[in-house]
Design a protein around this ligand. Structure first.
Ligand code: GN1
Ligand code: MG
Length: 368
């Protein structure tokens, strides 16, 4: 019997029959949908120990987050109460995670009823919903002291750090790197290394402040109600940690405004869809009026350009290092993923003036 069945049994109430189906959209953790006789019940996950060496820190963050959200609900100050975070489910003997014989760390999160994920934005309304949901999530956590959260993944979204690592991985004699796609990827990065410093420098200069963030705001981490189409939850909370909200906005647009997705066969089909970007930002800003500053707005374009570039850099480095971070199905997949993100970065650069104009318009309307 597969391990996930044994583990699921520790969580599921006695005697409940369960079916367990792997969910395949993450590149890091292993996830399974656990269904009992009354319907979908939980998402069981094995946290990747190579990526998250201290999963207990994730669980502590989840507890802090849950207590903060409950506190806001009680104080009646729950601007974000329409966005619901999945509860941590306990084992029958009261633990909120389990370590298996091989050291794997398992936990179960509540399944939000009648919800589904989507893989690409098909209607503008879905983009609006994403903007609302991310805005509500940030509103919900913006006054949680970031010092109360652990850094679950040190170096995450540290663009200068990723660049240094890339340099190390690519510092081999160029004649070994004969492949054209690879050479193109290398020169794409080398022409943009300055970009990796922009947000980090703004943070060092005190222009941008560290806040709690989600860290992984890709489209399939938003849950939509199957009946109403409303975005009801934001899942995959492993990377909730101190950071810049700019990472979340950049990552959300990176994922949502590229309808071709992260793995299209034809890289030429990748582009940044400005209508989707506009709809997300408009609804995000309408929700976050309360705390965004003028300086925040000054760096949103850089974030939108940086995050796809950064992810491309991460994929390319992983390809050069032998694919030990992102799961792959075939060799060369991380190089292809990098090319997709670089194409998206280029599409954003082509629309720089339009995107900046849009952000300036929102800045005038909203910032303090
Ligand atoms: C990883 O595993 P998943 O899909 O939740 C990665 C994100 C990337 C994403 C790209 C901890 O997220 O940063 O944007 O792949 N998560 C981590 O698909 O590295
Ligand atoms: Mg994730």
């Amino acid at each position: 019997m597969p391990l996930e069945h044994d583990i699921a049994r520790l969580f599921v109430p006695d005697g409940e029959a369960v079916t367990i189906v792997p969910l395949r959209h993450g590149l890091i953790n292993d996830s399974f949908l656990v269904t009992t006789k009354s319907g979908p019940w939980a998402v069981l996950q094995r946290i990747n120990r190579h990526v998250f060496p201290k999963p207990e820190l994730i669980m502590e963050n989840l507890r802090v987050l849950a207590a903060h959200v409950r506190g806001r609900a009680v104080s009646g100050n729950a601007a974000g109460d329409e966005i619901r975070l999945p509860e941590i489910l306990k084992t029958q003997d009261g633990r909120d995670y389990v370590i298996d014989a091989e050291g794997g760390c398992w936990r179960a999160l509540e399944y939000i009823e009648d919800s589904q994920t989507i893989e690409s934005i098909k209607e503008i309304r879905q983009a609006e919903e994403v903007g609302v949901a991310l805005g509500r999530f940030h509103t919900l956590i913006h006054n949680l002291d970031p010092a109360r959260l652990h850094q679950t993944l040190p170096g995450f979204h540290d663009a200068p750090g990723y660049f240094t690592r890339f340099l190390r991985a690519s510092a081999r004699p160029r004649h070994v790197l004969v492949e054209r796609n690879l050479l193109q990827g290398l020169s794409f990065v080398e022409n943009r290394w300055g970009l990796t410093r922009v947000l980090d420098q703004a943070r060092r200069d005190g222009k941008l402040m560290i806040r709690p963030i989600h860290g992984d705001t890709k489209l399939n981490n938003f849950l939509f109600n199957k009946n109403t189409g409303k975005a009801v939850s934001l899942i995959d909370l492993d990377t909730v940690q101190p950071g810049l909200i700019h990472f979340d906005i950049g990552d959300c647009l990176r994922s949502c405004a590229n309808p071709a997705g992260e793995s299209p066969e034809d890289i030429a089909s990748v582009c940044f869809d400005l209508d989707i970007g506009r709809a997300i930002l408009e609804h995000y800003f309408a929700e976050t009026r309360e705390f965004l500053t003028r300086a925040d707005f000054e760096y949103f374009y850089d974030a939108i350009r940086l995050i796809p570039f950064e992810l491309g850099l991460r994929f390319l480095t992983d390809h050069l290092e032998g694919d030990h971070y992102f799961k792959i199905d075939h060799p060369g997949q991380n190089l292809h993923r990098a090319q997709v993100q670089f194409r998206l970065t280029a599409s954003i650069e082509e629309q720089e003036q339009l995107i900046k104009k849009l952000i300036t318009r929102f800045a005038v309307m909203h910032s303090r």
